[in-house]
Ligand binder design. Structure first.
Ligand code: ATP
Ligand code: MG
Length: 428
């Protein structure tokens, strides 16, 4: 029978690879705790409307990338393509934002039907933080500081660049979009199909077009910064001043518009050149209009999402995962002879209680001494505890503790003393 395969663009993470994932996840959860952010979990499937209303009808995600389907009751549902919409829906539904400030984080799989390639998948994972109820720019800077600390902990700072832009409030953008559309109508012969279909509905999406011809049109187009209100300029200037004073470097990128409609004022991306074309590892900004757009009260908000696969690729290719993270087993129990299996299992339990932070592997399935010892070496254990039937005939059962290094130092000990005696063999 033909073997079944995973769906294209949806990855399995095998045990050797999950070491990097765990390192990343542990680092992230340590950092968010340091900043007082609390975890929120929300479903992977939501009503499609949630995403069309928040992300925007004329966006790549909603137009081309969503996994949408009717369930058995005929309700149109979608696999979440990002986290902010679900996070806001959940917080709003449970009254979390009612006259309150919230600092939240989430993590989990997202789904977008894109062309799979390195760093771009159909099921991928994001970490996100969302801060609600604070007008900024102090909170915008705090959120950036959190990302920055994460890069520090992962030793990736030198490989990442922060790009920022001010995209103004919705009034500013409306005025700009109008003028941009007017300009574009005079250049239709140079626009591609995508650009033509968006020049009326969402002309700002053309700013980050990858098509060089469209780019050359944009080079001559009106610029957004001429349309920004004083309030939005002042927010942005204060934000840059704060970043300067806390020493977070950035570059300004006037073309940065982000692929989701709900953003306003400052938006940003952390990018890297370590990944080829998929250079964006984290994207975010303010989205003050979103809560209201989804039926709640006007609420200040900002946040970002990090693409975990891209960070995993960076951590692996730049060899940033500490070698200690790869170590899974410290103590390996070798059992020679079926009669000793119960003792072996109970010794293992005792050791695990005594050294709860170490990994103790009790060999199962029998086998010769040499083959078991070989396994002990190959799994990277520091110490083997050897229980041999021969040693117990007529005598109290003894065990041998053996250092698995060049010294091969060993000691015969009473079985009841193993976990105590182990201490001098383990460098703890
Ligand atoms: P890109 O420009 O690379 O398509 P995006 O602007 O669509 O990214 P966002 O919606 O801002 O991405 O999502 C935040 C982060 O999630 C991105 O910076 C990226 O690291 C990651 N990401 C987005 N789409 C994918 C994907 N299909 N596969 C893997 N990671 C992704
Ligand atoms: Mg995208």
């Amino acid at each position: 029978m033909k073997k079944l395969q995973a769906i294209r663009g949806m990855n399995d993470v095998l045990p050797d690879q999950s070491v990097t994932w765990q390192f990343l996840e542990n680092t992230f959860s340590t950092v968010v705790k340091r900043f007082g952010y609390r975890e929120i979990r929300f479903p992977i499937v939501e009503q499609t409307q949630l995403f069309t209303r928040s992300i925007g009808e004329v966006t790549d995600i909603v137009e081309k990338e969503m996994y949408s389907f009717d369930d058995r009751n005929g309700v149109n549902l979608s696999l979440r393509p990002e986290g902010t919409a679900g996070c806001v829906r959940a917080g709003e539904q449970h009254g979390l934002f009612y006259n309150q400030q919230r600092r939240l984080w989430y993590q989990g799989p997202m789904f977008r039907h894109e062309r799979p390639q390195k760093g771009r998948y159909r099921q991928f994972h994001q970490f996100g933080v969302e801060a609600l109820g604070m007008p900024g720019p102090d909170i915008d800077v705090e959120v950036l500081q959190l990302a920055h600390m994460l890069w520090q902990e992962l030793k990736l700072t030198e490989h990442l660049t922060l790009e920022i832009n001010n995209i103004g409030n919705s009034e500013d953008r409306k005025a700009y979009a109008k003028s941009l559309t007017e300009f574009l109508t005079t250049k239709t012969e140079m626009l591609d199909e995508d650009a033509l279909s968006r020049m009326h509905s969402n002309p700002m999406r053309l700013l980050d077009s990858k098509n060089p011809e469209v780019q050359s049109v944009i080079n001559a187009a009106p610029i957004l910064s001429d349309f920004l209100s004083e309030a939005s300029k002042s927010h942005y200037t204060k934000l840059k001043d704060m970043l300067d004073s806390i020493g977070i470097n950035y570059i300004e990128n006037a073309r940065l518009v982000r692929g989701l409609d709900y953003y306003n004022n400052c938006v940003y991306e952390w990018t890297t050149d370590a990944l080829g074309a998929q250079g964006s590892v984290c994207g975010g900004g303010r989205y003050d209009g979103l809560v209201k757009q989804l039926g709640g009260k006007e609420t200040y908000a900002c946040g970002f999402a990090i693409g975990m696969e891209r960070l995993v690729l960076m951590l692996d290719s730049l060899e940033k995962v500490p070698s200690s993270e790869h170590k899974q087993i410290d103590i390996f129990i070798v059992i020679i002879g079926e009669k000793l299996i119960p003792q072996g299992l109970s010794v293992a339990s005792k050791i695990r209680n005594e050294y709860p932070n170490l990994g103790t592997l009790c060999h199962c399935g029998g086998g010769k001494f040499n083959s078991q010892l070989k396994k002990a070496y190959s799994c990277g254990a520091d110490v083997a505890v050897i229980l041999e039937e021969e040693s117990c005939e007529g005598k109290p059962i003894n065990a041998k503790i053996r250092q698995l290094d060049d010294s091969n130092e060993s000691k015969v000990v009473e079985i009841s003393e193993i976990s105590q005696e182990l201490r001098s063999f383990l460098s703890i």
